[in-house]
Design a protein around this ligand. Structure first.
Ligand SMILES: Nc1ncnc2c1ncn2[C@@H]1O[C@H](COP(=O)(O)OP(=O)(O)OP(=O)(O)O)[C@@H](O)[C@H]1O
Length: 538
């Protein structure tokens, strides 16, 4: 339950909404039970009066009060259920918003390196499936359990008032045992299996996404069928485990219903002797057992909800783990930068999680306006250095200070939006003329000039409507547009042919005049002109 605590605290930040929602559920449930009990009472009363009249005895019956009561309960049940559904669904959506905002806020303060530790499919699972299990915690578990306990208490009190203390005591034993069977016992019996299922389900979901993403590679390797068959086996295993969990839930549901029915038979049996002794009337005799049968509706959804609590716990655990990662404020200190300096790295050591350090005691000073080139072969640590200098990767030791910067990461990131929106991210105030100018610089103006929508051309998911080299040049254009005085470019020309690269490099020298630049690549020919060059070796 420790795992659920932060989420429960978040949910209970809306006490008024939760109380009103609970009250509406109570009205609906109480109306259902009231309708059943009053109808039973009324039918018995009319039958007894009918019998009395048939034997020639004098008897009267008040048709209007109970008839009115039945109509009232029928209406309050229908209206109550409608209002309750609308209101509580609204609450769930609000809770979903709270949970997502809370989670996004916490994730936003973790390091980008930590966030990139999970694949897109894993994040998808966290942000949809895992979050969805938490937003219904109140509606599926907390409210129905609390209300079931309240209704049980009410029944016990009524049994004490209408029947006697012994009946009330036995009812308390029957009904609370049924409640425990439908809640805690189900949870304990299914906790492990449900948590395992949740892990398996996530693995399967990720495997399916990877299957679809890697379809071309699997087809080329002739492994599509085998991989699909493996997925099917995993899915079948998941279903057979689910059936096992469902059986356990089913048994608990049946047992709790059996206890409720036994309680109804018991009250009827004791009620007969009380009726014979003239202590209660016939209609009151049937009222309580019938109300007890109505209790089954209150209990009905509990076992299934508690059967999934183990999975909810696992989801909470995963979300807690992701959001409890090291915090990151996203900015490197700009203090202590001597005049005329754009970046200082002092005694910098960097390492990836669970790996040996890549750089140890690295010192670097970049002057304002300097154009620094960093070259090194694949795996020499260029991107790790760029991440550390830009602050995306926290220093394992030492520190980095720099003036505001724009950073072209090694991975091309374009958003599913228009060309204009993608470019304006770096400089929201840029005019259309400036956008065309920068597109001209990276030789993309002609490409988009021939599109019907020009700057409003839709780039598709992750820039999927562009070639690799085109997407790279749009990403480069975005960074160049930024007014930041320091620009870091990691492999700026990936996927761009040599002739185009050469032409862009020539234009870049003019554009970057006055700015500080750190550009990284495998060789000097893939970089714009530099004043100084660092060669990384190991
Ligand atoms: N997330 C990671 N976790 C662990 N090790 C990593 C991670 N990313 C990179 N590395 C390792 O760090 C070293 C430096 O990688 P880096 O990507 O910085 O090199 P690079 O010079 O940019 O290579 P390339 O030119 O191929 O992009 C490599 O040995 C790489 O395997």
């Amino acid at each position: 339950m420790r795992e659920l605590a932060p989420w429960l605290r978040l949910i209970f930040q809306r006490p008024v909404r939760l109380t009103v929602g609970g009250g509406l559920i109570l009205i609906t449930l109480a109306s259902g039970i009231g309708l059943l009990a009053l109808s039973g009472w009324f039918i018995t009363e009319t039958a007894l009066v009918g019998l009395a009249l048939a034997t020639g005895a004098q008897a009267t019956i008040n048709l209007y009060t109970p008839g009115g009561g039945i109509r009232f309960f029928a209406l309050s049940r229908t209206i109550g259920r409608y209002v309750e559904r609308v209101y509580n669904h609204n609450t769930v959506l609000r809770l979903l918003t709270d949970i997502r905002v809370y989670l996004f806020r916490r994730l936003a303060t973790t390091t980008p390196v930590h966030r990139s530790g999970l694949s897109g499919a894993q994040w998808l699972s966290r942000l949809t499936r895992d979050v969805d299990t938490l937003d219904t915690l109140y509606l599926r578990l907390i409210a129905p359990t609390a209300l079931a306990a309240l209704v049980v208490l009410l029944m016990v009190v009524l049994a004490g008032v209408w029947f006697n203390g012994t009946v009330a005591l036995w009812l308390a034993v029957f009904l609370s045992s049924a409640l425990l069977l439908a809640t805690l016992a189900v949870f304990l019996r299914t906790r492990r299996i449900s948590s395992r299922q949740s892990e398996r389900e996530e693995r399967l979901r990720i495997a399916v996404i990877e299957h679809l993403e890697g379809f071309a590679e699997l087809t080329a390797a002739g492994r599509t069928g085998k991989h699909a068959a493996w997925l099917m086996r995993q899915a079948q295993q998941l279903s057979s485990e689910q059936a096992k969990a469902d059986r356990r839930v089913g048994w608990h549901l049946a047992s709790s219903h059996l206890l409720i029915n036994l309680a109804a038979v018991f009250t009827l049996w004791v009620g007969f002797s009380l009726f014979e002794a003239g202590l209660i009337s016939g209609p009151v005799l049937v009222l309580l057992p019938i109300a007890l049968l109505g209790l089954a509706e209150v209990y009905a959804a509990l076992p299934e909800a508690f059967g999934k609590l183990g999975a909810t716990e696992s989801s909470a655990k995963r979300l807690n783990r992701e959001s409890d990662a090291p915090k990151w404020d996203g900015t490197a200190a700009e203090t202590d930068l001597p005049a005329g300096t754009a970046l200082i790295a002092s005694d910098l050591s960097i390492r990836h999680i669970d790996s040996a350090p890549i750089f140890m005691h690295f010192n670097l000073t970049v002057s304002e306006g300097e154009h620094l080139g960093v070259v090194g072969h694949s795996g020499s640590g260029k991107s790790s250095l760029a991440n550390a200098l830009s602050g995306l990767m926290p220093a394992y030791h030492g520190s980095v200070s720099h003036v505001p910067l724009a950073y072209l990461t090694q991975t091309t990131v374009l958003f599913e939006d228009t060309l204009r929106a993608n470019l304006l991210l770096a400089h929201p105030q840029a005019s259309d003329a400036e956008l065309w100018q920068i597109l001209e610089l990276v030789e993309m103006a002609e490409r988009f000039g021939s599109e019907a929508d020009k700057l409003d051309t839709w780039l598709g998911s992750a820039g999927s409507r562009l070639s690799g080299g085109e997407a790279r040049r749009v990403a480069l254009a975005r960074v160049l547009l930024s007014p930041a005085p320091l620009i870091i470019l990691d492999e700026p020309f990936t996927g761009v042919d040599a002739a185009t690269r050469k032409r862009i490099c020539q234009r870049l020298e003019q554009w970057l005049e006055g700015k500080t630049v750190i550009a990284l690549a495998h060789g000097a020919d893939a970089l714009p002109g530099t004043d100084r060059m660092i060669h990384l070796t190991y």
